[in-house]
Design a binder for this molecule. Sequence first.
Ligand SMILES: *Cc1c(COP(=O)(O)O)cnc(C)c1O
Length: 451
Amino acid sequence: MKYYSTNHKAARATLRDAVVRGLAEDRGLYMPEVIKQLPASFWDEMAEMTFQEVAYRVADAFFGEDVEAEALRKIVYDTLDFDTPVVKVEDNIYALELFHGPTLAFKDVGARFMARLLSHFSPADGGSEVNVLVATSGDTGSAVANGFLGVEGIHVYVLYPKGKVSPIQECQFTTLGKNITAIEVDGVFDDCQALVKSAFMDKDLNAHMRLTSANSINVARFLPQAFYYFWAYAQMLRLNAGKAFNLTFCVPSGNFGNICSALFGHVMGLPVKRFIAANNANSVFYEYLQSGEYRPRPSIQTIANAMDVGDPSNFARILDLYNRKDIQERLGFSPLPNRGGVRGGAPFIDGATYTDAQIAETMRDCYARTGYVLDPHGACGYRALKEQLRPDEIGIFLETAHPAKFKDTVDCILGIDLPIPEKLQAFMRGKKQSVPMTKDFAAFKGYLLKQ
Ligand SMILES: *Cc1c(COP(=O)(O)O)cnc(C)c1O
């Protein structure tokens, strides 16, 4: 399978090159040329399958041409050694709990898959070490660092905004040592992302070291996120025991990698009626749906900080997907203008945006009525379903992280003392090590050239 760039200027790449490069030379994002539909037999058997079996079939459709069956199966089975259960919160509203992995957030899925795929590809060229650069607004750093920890031939640099991630998040990537280096940038998330992007484009750096990205722009990170949407559907099939249902997924969104993988799932045949992208106060996508104009701007800090993104990178993928003829034909919608395009098309996407005060109110309300403890990100998803779910729909919102990752915020809002899972306590016992950095690219480049 070949991968093209959303900017359509760079040459098409193999899967291996797309994974190693992360971003195409023309700064576009890689897209698979073909998005296969899953065969009828898959849908017939799905309700009897395990998560790993479902995921392997989806992975085979994406990567089967480029990775031998046994190797791919092993990568999928190793990646998913934890469950992503669908849990009922109240009538017609379910949480897809994505926080049962090693760092208690959904990014574990993509990060673990990518680490394994990259190390599968690396030995073949017997070359030098691969350096993974990753910018994080919180959870990416921990998921990527832990996904790659101890993987031979790979060094990871995690760039994070100083003082803007929670202490619990910070300890999950600053205490690991080994092949993981944490870089503490005096700036906001977008500055970290800009440093990473500039590094990839820099000739001197690329001559000096092999660089790759593990942000959600990497195809090996974002495509595997489709796995759990299929698994959620399989679980709903069992719960509904043969009765038909209309499924709406509500995805708390920042860089839009997660919802983008859901759209890919839909293109592969996953029966979803509607998607809702729930934003915090960083409402660029929401405003795009309203006005048809995409106006990126600097991110603002919120209590759902992993969604503090002012210029979502995967927006380019969403536009590209909606403009593809093969997909328009398959899903039966007509070509879309760029302005307001997503709104008019199928699959249908709605939006929502919530202030910190609304997020807090939602967490309190849900806890009081149902006993379910939402994290601030999941709370955006839950609220959008409460406000927008139609009577003929079943809604699943993604609980993207364990609430204990935001313990101070959650305790303060709910007036409780949330227990910290042992997995998190173990990180908190480690010693922080980080490299201070300004947001100036010359300084970052100088540092990397010395490595
Ligand atoms: C990364 C993250 C998000 C946003 O996901 P995107 O794929 O960037 O849209 C939401 N919630 C949590 C907890 C996250 O870590």
